[in-house]
Ligand binder design. Structure first.
Ligand code: PLP
Length: 360
C-alpha cells in the first residue's frame, strides 16, 4: 500500500531527498564523515551552506540587498526576534490578525513595544481575511506583520498587502516556496523549515540590509540578526544537518522546474480538493471563504461530526495519514505542501468520495 502523509508539520519531505540523504548518511561525498560529524568551520560544510544559499537565492530570486540567515528557535522564535530587531525604529508595530499564528505573533510582539491590531476576523472564527479597505494601519509603525498562510485555520492570502514605505514582515512558515513572490515587496520574510524547506530545528530569515543592526539593547545575542549576518549564519553552531537537507530540497525544487512549476502543481492539487468540497452536496464542506482558501492546508469538515472518528480510522487504514485537524480547529486538515504528489491528493479524493457514498 502506498502511504501518503498529510501532516501539517513536520511534514513529508521529497522521497528523492530522503534517499540521497540515506545514501550519504555515513560518508558525505567521500569525506569519510557524516554531515552531522563535520565542523561547521570546515571547507566541506562551508561548501554545503554556500550552495544552499545560492540555490535559494536563485529559486526565490532574492535581490542582493537581502541577507539570507539560517537560524534556530523556530518560527515562534521569530515572533520574538522580529520585534526585538525591528520595533526600535518607532516603538510601534502593526499586526494583521487572521488566525492562530498571527494572534500568537502579535501577543509576543506586545512584550517589546506598542502593537496595533490592524484588523481581525476573530469574530467570525477567522473564516476569511479582512478586506484591505478595512485595515487600520498606523502612521508610524516600524513594520507591518502578517501571516500569508494560516496553517491551522487554512487561510491564505492570494495577494500581497501594499503598505507603502513601511517594511512588510511575513511569517511564510507554511507557504514559502509554494508560489512565486516578489521578495522586494518585503522587508523581512521568515519561516520555520518544517513544511516546505526541511526538518524542524532550522529557521529561515530573509531580511533587507537596512533593517539589520537596529536591535533593542535587550536582544539576546542568538536572536540578533546583525550577529548572524556578519557571521554568515554561523555566530554559533548552526543546524548543520538541517541546512544540508534544506540544500537537497532546494536542488530537488530546481529539478522540478523551480517555484513557478511548483505553484502550478499546487494550484492543481488544491483545486482537486476544493472543487470536490464545493460539489459534494454538503457531506463535506470548507469553513473558509472561497477566495481565502489555502493551497497548502485544506481544512474541511464533515457535516455529520459523529462520523469524524470513522473517517480518521478508515483513512489511516487506507494509508492516508495525519488528516486530523488542529486541536483548536477540529474537523479535518489535509496539508499538501510541495512534497505531496498529485497522486496523494487523488488517493485522498477517491477515499473521500467512497466514504461519502457509504455514509451519506
Ligand atoms: N507560524 C506558522 C504559520 C506555523 O505554521 C507554525 C507552525 O506550524 C509556526 C508559526 C510555529 O513554528 P515553530 O514551531 O517553528 O515555532
Amino acid at each position: 500500500m502506498t502511504i501518503f502523509n498529510f501532516s501539517a508539520g513536520p511534514a513529508v519531505l521529497p522521497r528523492p531527498v530522503l534517499e540521497q540523504a540515506q545514501a550519504e548518511l555515513i560518508d558525505w561525498h567521500g569525506s569519510g564523515m557524516s554531515v552531522m560529524e563535520m565542523s561547521h568551520r570546515g571547507p566541506e560544510f562551508q561548501s554545503i551552506i554556500d550552495e544552499a544559499l545560492a540555490d535559494l537565492r536563485e529559486l526565490m530570486n532574492i535581490p542582493s540587498n537581502y541577507q539570507i540567515l539560517f537560524l534556530q528557535g523556530g518560527a515562534q522564535g521569530q515572533f520574538s526576534a522580529v520585534p526585538l530587531n525591528l520595533i526600535g525604529a518607532t516603538g510601534k508595530a502593526d499586526y494583521v490578525n487572521t488566525g492562530h499564528w498571527s494572534t500568537l505573533a502579535m501577543k509576543e510582539a506586545a512584550r517589546f513595544g506598542q502593537v496595533n491590531e490592524v484588523c481581525s476576523s476573530a469574530d467570525s472564527r477567522f473564516d476569511h481575511i479582512p478586506a484591505f479597505s478595512e485595515w487600520k494601519l498606523s502612521k508610524d509603525a516600524s513594520y507591518v506583520h502578517y501571516t500569508p498562510n494560516e496553517t491551522v485555520g487554512g487561510l491564505e492570502f492570494q495577494w500581497v498587502p501594499e503598505v507603502g514605505d513601511v517594511p512588510l514582515v511575513a511569517d511564510m512558515s507554511s507557504n514559502i516556496l509554494s508560489r512565486e513572490i516578489d521578495v522586494s515587496k518585503f522587508g523581512l520574510i521568515y519561516a520555520g523549515a518544517q513544511k516546505n524547506i526541511g526538518p524542524s530545528g532550522l529557521t529561515l530569515v530573509i531580511v533587507r540590509d537596512d533593517l539589520i543592526g537596529k536591535s533593542l539593547p535587550i536582544t539576546p545575542v542568538t536572536y540578533d540578526y546583525k550577529k548572524y549576518a556578519d557571521a554568515g549564519s554561523m555566530y554559533n553552531t548552526p543546524s548543520t544537518y538541517g541546512i544540508y537537507l534544506a540544500g537537497l530540497v532546494f536542488k530537488w525544487l530546481k529539478a522540478q522546474g523551480g517555484v513557478a512549476a511548483m505553484e502550478a502543481i499546487n494550484v492543481e492539487k488544491s483545486n482537486l480538493l476544493y472543487h470536490y468540497l464545493n460539489d459534494c452536496g454538503g457531506f463535506y464542506y470548507s469553513p473558509i471563504a472561497e477566495a481565502d482558501r489555502s493551497r497548502m492546508n485544506v481544512v474541511f469538515r464533515l457535516k455529520d461530526e459523529a462520523l469524524d472518528a470513522a473517517f480518521l480510522k478508515e483513512s489511516k487504514a487506507a494509508g492516508l495519514l495525519q488528516l486530523k485537524g488542529h486541536k483548536i480547529a477540529g474537523g479535518m486538515r489535509a496539508s499538501i505542501y510541495n512534497a505531496m504528489p498529485v497522486e496523494g491528493v487523488q488517493a485522498l479524493l477517491s477515499f473521500m468520495k467512497d466514504f461519502a457514498q457509504r455514509n451519506g
